[in-house]
Ligand binder design. Sequence first.
Ligand code: DQA
Length: 194
Amino acid sequence: MMVRHYRPVRAAELQRIAGMDFCPRPANAGPLALSANCDRTMTPSVLILNGPNLNLLGTRQPEVYGRATLADIERDCRAKADTLGLAVDFRQSNGEGTLIDWIHAARGTHAGIVLNAGAYTHTSIAIMDAISSVELPVIEVHLSNIHRREPFRHQSYISKVAVGMICGFGPFGYQIALEAIANHLGIATPRGTA
Ligand code: DQA
């Protein structure tokens, strides 16, 4: 079995990857600026976005989506992110515009995005365009295997601009997505090759 270890990523390296500054910023911070006392070895941050109706996980069609709540998924994502050396910002909205605003704001703040856009996956050219606009790597996630379901779920606008898509593994898909984004960012390094 391959043992993996995760090395801290220097700010300069992440700036090269994502064109951004990794100084921790308060939620009400203004435009990005490097602070004088900023530690140059920062924890890269991933935005985990959840779309409409995912706030109802646990009670929503459990035969399709399982019994885990969104809070359970968030807790597990935080634990996983810790092991990967990532910070996470975990959010949910039922509003397409809110999700778009959060994607826009991710630029310069987050190194990448894990996105379960819910039903907007199948309809939202606007979310697809937002992802193209910010040029951040996006890993698409779905709890269910959308390709085993109704034909209208087989189409994903997110897949057209995502690095890749994970579906059908339930909440574990978020864990896989975090591994994938860490790997994509060059943060996860197989032992002996760092
Ligand atoms: C979903 C799949 C979508 O088709 C559906 O509209 C959802 C959840 C999933 O996680 O399996 O809301 O994104």
